[in-house]
Design a protein around this ligand. Structure first.
Ligand code: TXA
Ligand code: MG
Length: 349
């Protein structure tokens, strides 16, 4: 298949390009498009066959359900049985934006989208390109992150191209994504809402609206590999094995990281490092550094972390050594992705 790559302004998108993309979606095709979080791979969310094409293009396991993207809050009604009060409060506070709510599905949602579950995930993005596309398509747009399954999510159109060229009809290039990590996913079908995936809306922000929030099992003990069936697949994996250095104070994370770096160099390995700007200054010249930003700038780290992980696609190394960040605010989501990228290979002392 021939994949078109079309540049589009993220602030005032060209309506002719939006209409062209919407036509591809209505005709059952696949369009990769920017959102404020990461690039999504979109298809008509009412079209079972089109949704199935998403799984084939990504190589995604069919039991991992998709998020339906809508352009206005009222569009949620036909997709769900009901919108409970806690979900309404979240929607009022955080839509449009990087929040996905999981609710009981209505029969109009195809099985391919929900992976056969009784629930459906829904999000109203803030990105103008995304909202214009959904509006023009006139249907909810099913869209996972636009990476090949298992790879770091794409935050630029070039990263999408690398993974999906030849597998999708169209890629819209709206420049780099603003947030850089996926949306926060909250299950609103449990008596107390449950945080399933930390993301662009922090746990602290959710608590301020809800008062109480459960953490999904895979998050309450983030440091150990989860055993639930849906979590068996690798995620966000860079091009070489990664080791994550995560020492609790007063232990010294940069010191531990340098120890591992020197050991790997001494073993004759080509070493990559994903670190803070502060630690990068201490690295030997032989190390290829991907710098995610100053330690106290979580927004910058979130925005850069996936391109740091993808940096080693272009400059091969034998091992990547990553530096943990503090786990407050966006740090919860950043660490969640880093642990998965490292396949839970973590050194803590
Ligand atoms: O920011 C985002 O959410 C991006 C952009 C494109 O919107 N999308 C995204 O989609 O990250 P994806 O497919 O890569 O991640 C969706 C997550 C998965 O962890 C999936 O298992 C979960 O949402 N999910 C989807 N439907 C669900 C459901 N009914 N119940 C529980 N989890 C669900
Ligand atoms: Mg994904």
């Amino acid at each position: 298949m021939n994949t078109s790559l079309v540049t589009i302004d993220p602030v005032q998108p060209d309506q002719a390009v939006i209409d062209q993309a919407a036509r591809v979606i209505r005709d059952g095709g696949l369009v990769a498009f920017p959102t404020e979080t990461v690039y999504g791979l979109g298809a008509n969310g009412f079209d079972d066959a089109a949704a199935r094409r998403i799984f084939a293009a990504k190589g995604r396991p069919v039991d991992n359900p998709l998020i339906l993207h809508i352009a206005e809050p009222e569009a949620i009604r036909p997709l769900v049985r009901q919108v409970p009060a806690n979900a309404r409060a979240l929607i009022r506070a955080f839509w449009p934006g990087p929040l996905t709510v999981v609710l009981e599905r209505s029969p109009s949602v195809p099985d391919a989208v929900t992976g056969g579950l009784d629930t459906v995930a829904i999000r109203l993005p803030r990105s103008v390109i995304a909202r214009s596309l959904i509006q023009a398509a006139g249907v909810p747009v099913a869209a996972p992150s636009a990476n090949a399954s298992g790879r770091p999510s794409p935050t630029t159109a070039q990263a999408v191209w690398q993974d999906l060229a030849g597998r999708v009809e169209l890629i819209l290039d709206g420049g780099p994504c603003e947030v850089g990590l996926e949306s926060t996913v909250v299950d609103c079908t449990t008596p107390v809402p449950t945080l399933l995936r930390p993301g662009g809306i922090t746990r602290e922000m959710l608590l301020a609206v809800l008062g109480e929030l459960e953490l999904d099992r895979n998050l309450s003990d983030q440091a150990s590999a989860p055993r639930s069936p849906g979590m068996k697949y690798t995620h966000y994996a860079p091009a070489a094995p990664m080791l994550l250095i995560d020492a609790l104070p007063p232990a010294d994370t940069p010191g531990l990281l340098l120890r591992e770096v020197h050991a790997a160099l001494a073993a004759g390995k080509r070493v990559g490092a994903v670190t803070s700007a502060e630690t990068a200054r201490l690295l030997p010249a032989a190390v290829q550094a991907a710098v995610y930003g100053p330690r106290d700038d979580q927004a910058q780290i979130a925005g850069r972390i996936y391109s740091c992980l993808r940096q080693f696609d272009h400059s091969p190394v034998d091992v990547i050594i990553g530096e943990a960040v503090a786990e407050t605010g966006m740090g919860l989501a950043i660490m969640n992705r880093l642990r998965k990228a490292a396949g839970y290979q973590i050194i803590s002392r």
